[in-house]
Design a protein around this ligand. Structure first.
Ligand code: GTR
Length: 327
């Protein structure tokens, strides 16, 4: 069993090898199982780090949420007890207000728009905004588009959500967004959702195809309605404390390997989206397009007003919107 003390001990371990060089092993957490594209992306980065440092630096990934919920592991990361963490943007929303921007409902008009924005200046500014909060943002990974799924029936219009208990990640933006659609938002950690659905504590949740499939939520909630309301990415962050213990050269090595792992992750991601969609459709879930998505997006005005409050956020929104028209 891994505990906090174990992490501190191994994270800080500097083993001096026979030749006098310092070896360092860094720990990383992920809520997903080892075959999920986020874990595989970080693994690709770990392989690059090991190779490029000649084995001097290594990374160990604790997958499957074994170190705790994303909110808990982020605390460990800020505190320096965990070196790296792959999380979604939602639990970062309460840490740095810039991270709210890519989580705004209906901000991106396509996956291409989302990738372009996060690969460009807005994405870099959002990663950089984490540093004063004890985290170094290394890269964004894909998370596709989130849609609603539930145990009751297809969602065709906002009124179909009325009164449903919908699980959301621990982020006020998601609570407000789901509330604005008339549902009862229930914040809950990812690892508890399956039981919640099976036991009827919640009626539904919202996520991308791979998460819906990998967690087996589709076995309990058989209606998947393609609202595509949020395209918030995944983020890979390093504890600032761990970062400061690396030499400048090693910091470059980590930044570069994280960057190089993005196309690897994206290729795995695209394949997994197709495979997951096929798997759940083969299992008999009922998926539907939403005829008038405008009926959903037009209810988001208050959510935007409430969470876009600083000039920095407003500029990010504007820059991202301007990138929407590019080919
Ligand atoms: C997934 C994401 C996870 C977790 C989860 C959630 O899309 O990959 O890291 O944040 O959503 O809804 O909690």
């Amino acid at each position: 069993m891994i505990n906090r003390r174990h992490l501190i001990a191994s994270g800080a371990a500097l083993a001096v090898a026979g030749c006098g060089r310092k070896e360092r092993a860094l720990n990383s957490a992920d809520a997903h199982a080892s075959d999920y594209p986020t874990v595989q992306g970080v693994q690709a980065m770990a392989d690059m780090i090991a190779e490029r440092s000649g084995g001097r630096l290594s990374m160990k990934i604790f997958a499957g949420g074994q170190l705790g919920s994303e909110r808990d592991t982020l605390e460990l990361t800020v505190f320096g007890a965990l070196d790296l963490n792959r999380v979604n943007l939602a639990p970062l929303n309460s840490i740095a207000s810039e991270t709210v921007v890519p989580a705004l409902p209906f901000l991106f008009n396509s996956i291409g728009h989302m990738r372009r924005s996060l690969d460009g200046a807005p994405g870099q500014a959002i990663l950089d905004s984490l540093e004063p909060h004890g985290l170094v943002g290394l890269c964004f990974y894909d998370s596709g588009a989130r849609s609603f799924y539930n145990t009751r029936g297809p969602i065709m219009e906002p009124s179909d959500l009325r009164g449903l208990k919908i699980r959301v990640p621990n982020s006020d933006v998601y609570v407000s967004m789901v509330g604005a659609l008339g549902a009862n938002a229930t914040p809950m950690s990812f690892g508890e959702v399956y039981q919640g659905l099976v036991q009827g504590v919640i009626d539904g949740a919202e996520n991308n195809w791979p998460s819906y499939e990998a967690t087996r939520h589709f076995e309990a909630a058989r209606y998947y309605s393609l609202s595509r309301h949020v395209m918030a990415p995944e983020a890979l962050v390093m504890s600032k404390r761990s970062w400061d213990r690396l030499s400048p050269d090693d910091q470059d090595l980590f930044r570069q390997a994280a960057r190089d792992s993005v196309p690897v992750m994206r290729a795995l991601w695209d394949a997994r989206v197709d495979a997951s969609r096929q798997r759940v459709l083969d299992a008999g879930i009922q998926a539907n397009e939403i005829p008038d998505i405008g009926a959903f997006s037009e209810r988001m005005g208050d959510v935007w007003d409430r969470y876009v409050t600083t000039d920095i956020q407003r500029r990010l929104v504007e820059d991202i919107r301007n990138m929407g028209a590019e080919a």
